[in-house]
Ligand binder design. Structure first.
Ligand SMILES: C[S@@+](CC[C@H](N)C(=O)[O-])C[C@H]1O[C@@H](n2cnc3c(N)ncnc32)[C@H](O)[C@@H]1O
Length: 372
């Protein structure tokens, strides 16, 4: 893998003293109860978990008998990463050159660049089909009624996912998307069609933090299998629940790092943050100051919704979280890299589009039980 030089710094990073700050005090300002973290020195709680090892993308547990996985709309590979780590042989497909380059830099998997709106990847050898088609037609953030559901140009891509299931006839398929997809008519008609072809299919809404990730993002998961009862997938998924990591677990070690000192620890200068301080006090979607001792809420592209570092408005200059912090909060490990020339907006977007690899690894292990 092409990383490691500066990430060997991680060991050095870990050895830094953690005498830092934070006690909560509540202040009433304009009738609004705001919780501030105020600076007093205290020892950072000793981690009971080895986060780096838990989130590592390279620890592979026994090959799953070389079972082949097709990851449609693979993006930078959040979903692929979990399946790769669980021992599957993954091929990712995406129309985006940028996604492909990032995917190949970070995943030990094949990549096919293709526009899935008119290309069908089918060679009869995929045991498992997984994927997260673009979610904009159903996303709660997409408030333009004229561009929702069927009216959105990406709507067709949902059907393309199912056409790949129909044509590849895998043992198992897993679809990931935003919760609002659950009620879609096209989805329901494909589910009926695939059931009539012998698939057992179930769905549920999962929360990544229930599986240990430091983000409470919710996602819709549709699971289909030709072997056994799909309900068992969600039952077994539940058995893998564990306590969430917090924002502190994920990003504390970057707290005193300068911009650029660690790869991707970069963020835009947004001079207007102070002007919007009152918005952050509302707690409305997108206006978050992260809290050290909770998982992060779900957030979108940081260039559009300014998600602030937990120390913002607490004596430190208010700043948005860095790309590295966003990666760590999504559950990627510190070896994750982007091609150097990629801009900030693109990096942030690809991170927030991704499935948490912490969740995908759990899902992949449960899939392994079904498929092997
Ligand atoms: C939500 S992201 C997928 C994220 C991915 N599952 C992960 O975990 O990192 C959707 C992806 O669909 C890709 N995409 C959009 N239109 C496409 C098309 N017509 N053909 C193939 N890929 C497409 C985008 O480039 C984007 O990477």
């Amino acid at each position: 893998m092409p990383f490691s030089n500066s990430e060997r710094n991680l060991e050095a990073l870990k050895s830094l003293p953690h005498a830092k700050a934070s006690v909560r005090s509540a202040c009433l300002i304009d009738q609004t109860l705001i919780t501030f973290q105020q600076a007093i020195f205290r020892q950072k709680p000793v981690r009971s978990r080895n986060i780096e090892a838990e989130n590592s993308s390279t620890q592979v547990f026994g090959r799953s008998d070389n079972m082949k996985v097709l990851d449609l709309f693979c993006g930078l590979g959040g979903l692929s990463q979990g399946f790769n780590k669980a021992g599957f042989e993954v091929t990712g497909v995406d129309v985006s050159e940028s996604a492909g380059r990032t995917f190949q830099l970070n995943n030990k998997s094949q990549f096919i660049k293709a526009d899935l709106s008119d290309v069908l990847i089918e060679n009869g050898s995929y045991d498992i089909v997984i994927g997260g088609p673009p979610c904009k037609p159903w996303s709660a953030i997409n408030t333009k009624r004229t561009r929702r559901g069927k009216r959105h140009r990406d709507f067709l891509l949902l059907s393309r996912f199912f056409e790949h299931v129909v044509h590849n006839s895998p043992q198992v398929f897993v679809l990931e998307n935003v919760p609002l997809l659950a009620n879609d008519k096209t989805l329901k008609s494909y589910v009926e069609r695939l059931r009539s072809q012998g698939f057992s299919i179930e769905s549920d809404i999962v929360k990544y933090s229930d599986y240990g990730a430091p983000t409470s993002r919710h996602r819709f998961i549709l699971f289909g299998t030709k072997k056994g009862d799909a309900k068992v997938f969600f039952k077994k998924l539940n058995e893998h629940r564990r306590s969430p990591q917090t924002v502190r677990d994920a990003i504390w070690e970057l707290k005193d790092k300068e911009r650029g000192e660690v790869p991707d620890h970069v963020w835009p200068d947004l001079k207007t943050i102070r002007k919007y301080r009152s918005y952050y006090e509302t707690g409305k979607f997108g206006w978050y100051v992260l809290k050290w001792d909770e998982p992060a809420p779900s957030f979108g592209n940081i260039m559009k919704t300014y998600i602030l570092h937990p120390d913002a408005f607490n004596g430190e200059p208010a700043r948005v979280i860095s790309v590295r912090e966003a990666l760590l909060i999504m559950g990627f490990d510190s070896r994750f890299r982007f091609p150097p020339e990629f801009g900030l907006g693109l990096r942030y977007q690809m991170v927030v589009d991704a499935v948490s690899p912490i969740f995908s690894y759990v899902a992949a292990r449960v899939v392994r039980d079904f498929a092997s």
